[in-house]
Ligand binder design. Structure first.
Ligand code: SF4
Ligand code: SF4
Length: 230
């Protein structure tokens, strides 16, 4: 026997429990699943709380017993649970793990990036912004005057690393704590990318090549003459 549900447009006919509904507008079959009714004990929540406490205390006393036994050289074949004391202690990462980006540098501390724009082009999240400039060395195509990555948008696909012909960008810093108080702080600029230890706000710019530097109030920082020592 069909029943009706008043909340659905003045009474959509409902099939018996678990049954199939009527034909939909597009020709497909609509299956209406009823929300299961909670029993009296489920509404109380106490049995579920006690069940959770039983599991928690079970793990606690098992680990307590095993750690004490290990201290006395017993039951070493049974592994006890270990708590990692984050953030003082970090879990070892797999070598292929993709963490915060960094730009690699040449021997003269200028970026290896040649401003080819491949990473910006391939990035599916469109979160890389590069402004290339002419490099004085004719063997180097270009260099980035500006290189920004918006980590608030990045999906950590690693395409930028894969596509780079110069091994100029990597995701191997092992930095995972990327929390910030604002969206702006999630936007890494060339300073933070070349020195992954840096965090905004950056008070001093230590880069010695021409780049767009907001720290010193905008404009260009450094010169190629200074880099080449001439
Ligand atoms: S990891 Fe992917 S989404 Fe993030 S910057 Fe690189 S290409 Fe873009
Ligand atoms: S793909 Fe590599 S060399 Fe090209 S712009 Fe990106 S980081 Fe620079």
């Amino acid at each position: 026997m069909l029943s009706t549900k008043p909340g659905l447009g003045g009474g959509v006919p409902l099939p018996p429990e678990g049954g199939r509904g009527k034909e939909g507008e597009g020709g497909g079959t609509v299956k209406i699943v009823r929300r299961p009714e909670l029993t009296f004990w489920e509404k109380l929540y106490l049995p579920q709380i006690l069940c959770g406490l039983k599991i928690t205390f079970g793990h606690f006393f098992r680990n307590l017993f095993l750690h004490i036994a290990h201290r006395f050289g017993r039951l070493r074949h049974l592994r006890a649970g270990v708590t990692i004391q984050y953030p003082e202690e970090l879990r070892p990462l797999m070598s292929r793990y993709r963490s915060r980006h960094r730009l690699t540098v040449r021997e003269d501390d200028t970026p290896r990036c040649v401003g080819c724009m491949l990473c910006e082009t391939v990035c599916p999240a469109k979160c890389i912004t590069i402004v290339p400039g002419e490099h004085p060395d004719p063997n180097v195509e270009k260099y980035p005057i500006r290189f920004d990555i918006d980590l608030g948008v990045c999906v950590y696909c690693g395409y930028c690393v894969e596509v780079c012909p110069e091994d100029a960008i990597r995701m191997d810093t092992g930095i995972l704590d990327l929390a910030a108080y604002s969206r702006e702080e999630m936007q890494l600029d060339i300073h933070e990318l070349m020195d992954p230890e840096l965090r905004k706000p950056i008070s001093e710019c230590g880069l010695d090549f021409p780049h767009r530097c907001e720290v010193t109030g905008g404009g260009m920082k450094g010169s190629w003459d200074a880099v080449e020592g001439s």
